[in-house]
Design a protein around this ligand. Structure first.
Ligand SMILES: O=P(O)(O)OC[C@H]1O[C@H](OP(=O)(O)OP(=O)(O)O)[C@H](O)[C@@H]1O
Ligand SMILES: O=C(O)c1cc(=O)[nH]c(=O)[nH]1
Length: 233
């Protein structure tokens, strides 16, 4: 992926990291929502030290760009949200230790532990805290709804959401693939939860630079998919 000159440095660095890690791949993928996608953004591949640095700084700068967003805890839902929350907490201290030095992170266990310290939360308790949920991708928003539910049940207050990649897809419906545009998942979350929903990159950010990445057939399938699940906002 080439990085368009107009993008801020942290976004260009993040695109370069995605490229180095082959994070965006073409094929046939069943998504959590059940949609069959011709491309996939796999944040799990950003595991090398230099790529972890790029992703943690990109999330940290995305959060730092919101001066009014005050929060105490970054909550990363299992599983891919876990290393992202930990790495971004470090990234925040590197970007602005004065502002972010007291931020904590936590994550959930997918299955509650019934011995030792017990419970489903590891890391900072969420009770009475201002919580930003951090994850890799939002498509239909099911994973994010689960994370919001955990946050509320633990007594935390949701104040923001940040993801690496916004696939810019419409909210799911019973006639999901009717090709009729509906509001985007992220747009609906902004309206429903009245908190900032941030993403480092959107599909639009990278689509111009996709031309060198996939074959003509892969790019045509991507465009067909985009048309089918295109959001109206
Ligand atoms: O917006 P949605 O339609 O819910 O899909 C996106 C979510 O699905 C995947 O997580 P998954 O729940 O598969 O768990 P993982 O982190 O363990 O891979 C992905 O990491 C996103 O979090
Ligand atoms: O919707 C998903 O399940 C999904 C899409 C994507 O691009 N990457 C990912 O990890 N999950």
């Amino acid at each position: 992926m080439a990085s368009p000159a107009s993008l801020p440095q942290y976004k260009s660095d993040f695109i370069s990291a995605c490229r180095a890690g082959n994070v965006l791949t073409f094929g046939t993928y069943t998504l959590k929502s059940g949609r069959i996608s011709p491309y996939f953004f796999n944040a799990g591949l950003l595991h090398r030290a230099d790529l972890v640095r790029a992703i943690s700084l990109a999330y940290a700068h995305t959060l730092a760009a919101e001066p009014d967003l005050k929060f105490d805890v970054l909550f990363g839902p299992a599983y891919k949200g876990i290393p992202i929350a930990a790495a971004t907490t470090l990234g925040l201290a590197l970007v602005d230790e004065k502002r972010f030095g007291q931020i904590s992170y936590s994550f959930n266990r997918k299955e509650a532990k019934d011995h030792g310290e017990g419970g489903i939360i590891v890391g900072a308790p969420l009770k009475d805290k201002r919580v930003v949920i951090i994850d890799d991708v939002m498509t239909a928003g099911t994973a994010m709804r689960e994370a919001i539910d955990i946050t509320e049940k633990q007594g935390g207050t949701l104040v923001g959401i940040v993801v690496a990649f916004d696939r810019m897809e419409k909210v799911p419906s019973p006639t999901d693939d009717d090709g009729i545009p509906r509001p985007s998942t992220i747009g609906e979350f902004r309206k429903e939860f009245k908190v900032p929903v941030l993403s480092i990159l959107t599909l639009d950010d990278v689509s111009k630079s996709l031309a060198g990445m996939g074959s003509e057939t892969e790019l045509r399938r991507l465009e067909e998919y985009r048309e089918k699940y295109r959001a109206s906002d």
